[in-house]
Write a protein that binds this ligand. Structure first.
Ligand code: SF4
Length: 300
């Protein structure tokens, strides 16, 4: 009986691993994230996401039809209690080239941000700056970050709800300094899969709350909202992600993305049967059954 369970668990794990590899591979191809001769600087925080990213990239590196280099980089921000030995030991055992950048951004943040205020904004800006210049120093052509599908969707809602902007977190991005290309190979992977994978692999996770910072409450609100939706309408998260990949600027209202000013009717266009602008249209949405839209243009 015990053997049967072990075999089933193994089977499930293989399926999960295959799925993650396939999704990462697809994202890499879709966005041309990795090219022949690239030197990828994989940013490792010691959390489940970055361990998973490194693991999957290393396995893809072995089978990819192109050659690329992987260098793992961790930034020791001198948070109290940061277990300095964990990542070097793990990476040495794996045989991956790595660097640990030591920079006491913790003290800078503590000095500048008043007690009780959230420190993540400044902390990540300082970390970003250091990582970008380090990428230049080691000649990395791409910087890989461990954000996944759910991070991307959460960011979309954060920007909409609190920033009044329709923007998320792209799978590939030219950094503000224009000198670095950031890639997010886990862009198609769900957090649920990553949690399961990290548990099964037994990664030596370093807790992310060593700095004592409060969790970003706004992000937590969005996370809870998305979890509740997913529970009520299974598949909604995936549908939301599809929406990010399927944008129609002419159906939004951004004048910089679509030229509304010069819209002209074409009287030579073939005449179609008239549609009732206020007609209700029913359509089938996977996992949500039949959904009613106000007008055909809502779904076209
Ligand atoms: S949780 Fe702590 S270490 Fe992480 S970004 Fe926020 S302040 Fe920095």
């Amino acid at each position: 009986m015990k053997e049967l369970h072990v075999r089933q668990d193994r089977l499930e794990f293989n399926k999960l691993q295959k799925r993650l590899r396939r999704l990462v591979g697809t994202a890499i191809v879709d966005y041309n994230m990795i090219e022949d001769g690239d030197k990828i600087m994989v940013c490792l925080s010691g959390g489940k996401d970055s361990y998973t990213m490194l693991d999957i990239l290393l396995s893809l590196q072995k089978t990819a039809p192109i050659n690329f280099e992987i260098v793992a980089v961790n930034m020791d921000q001198k948070q109290p209690g940061f277990p300095e030995h964990v990542l070097p030991e793990y990476l040495t055992a794996l045989g991956v080239p790595f660097h640990i950048i030591e920079k006491d951004t913790y003290s800078i943040v503590k000095e500048i941000i008043p007690e009780g205020k959230t420190t993540c904004g400044l902390c990540s800006r300082l970390r970003r700056g250091t990582l970008y210049s380090f990428a230049d120093e080691i000649g990395a052509t791409k910087i890989a970050l461990g954000h996944h599908r759910d991070d991307i969707i959460e960011t979309l809602f954060l920007n909409m709800f609190y920033g009044g902007k329709l923007k998320a977190m792209p799978p590939k991005l030219l950094a503000d300094n224009k000198r670095n290309i950031l890639i997010r190979p886990l862009a198609y992977c769900s957090e649920e899969d990553i949690i399961e994978f990290a548990e099964a692999k037994g990664f030596p996770i370093i807790p992310c709350n060593l700095c004592g910072s409060q969790e970003n409450l706004q992000r937590q609100v969005i996370k809870d909202m998305l979890h509740a939706w997913e529970k009520q309408y299974p598949g909604r998260t995936e549908t939301l992600f599809s929406a990010i990949k399927n944008v129609t600027p002419s159906q939004l209202a951004d004048t910089s993305l679509f030229n509304f000013t010069d819209l002209q009717a074409d009287k030579t266009a073939p005449i179609e049967a008239e549609s009732d602008a206020c007609a209700t249209v029913e359509t089938f949405v996977p996992n949500q059954g039949v959904v009613q839209f106000l007008d055909a243009s809502d779904i076209l």
